[in-house]
Design a protein around this ligand. Structure first.
Ligand code: DGP
Length: 113
């Protein structure tokens, strides 16, 4: 999608601090960190949100979860972390390209909402 910030990060026209990349997914540091370690993991394919996951694109999302253990280890998150996905208006999703926040590096707040 030409007007999507994260598609531009995927194609390199917007720079990012990458922590992992392969043919299907990209992980990079969040611009506005909310924890000592705050990384975003995205499918390279433009999927707007959790609402748009289907049998045709779920492989890319599954791939994210198979790589999260490797990504978190490389970030030193050996004592746990939180994975957050915001979806739509009520979920306060600001970038409409599906992404998973990985937050860690300290004992996180126990509240979810
Ligand atoms: P969400 O609210 O779940 O849609 O989170 C979007 C996140 O994306 C937010 O934590 C800030 C981050 N973000 C927005 N624009 C950029 C950018 O251009 N580069 C990077 N690295 N992160 C961005």
């Amino acid at each position: 999608m030409s007007d999507c910030i994260f598609c531009k990060i995927v194609d390199g026209s917007i720079p990012s601090k990458k922590v992992y990349e392969d043919e299907k997914i990209l992980a990079f540091y969040d611009l506005e960190p909310q924890a000592p370690v705050h990384v975003l993991v995205i499918p390279k394919e433009h999927i707007c949100c959790a609402d748009a996951v289907n049998e045709g694109n779920v492989g890319n999302i599954a791939h994210i979860f198979t790589k999260i253990p490797e990504i978190t280890k490389s970030l030193g998150l050996t004592n746990g972390y939180r994975i957050v996905n915001n979806c739509g208006e009520d979920g306060c999703q600001s970038v409409k390209h599906m992404h998973f926040h990985i937050l860690g590096g300290k004992k996180l707040n126990g509240t979810m909402a």
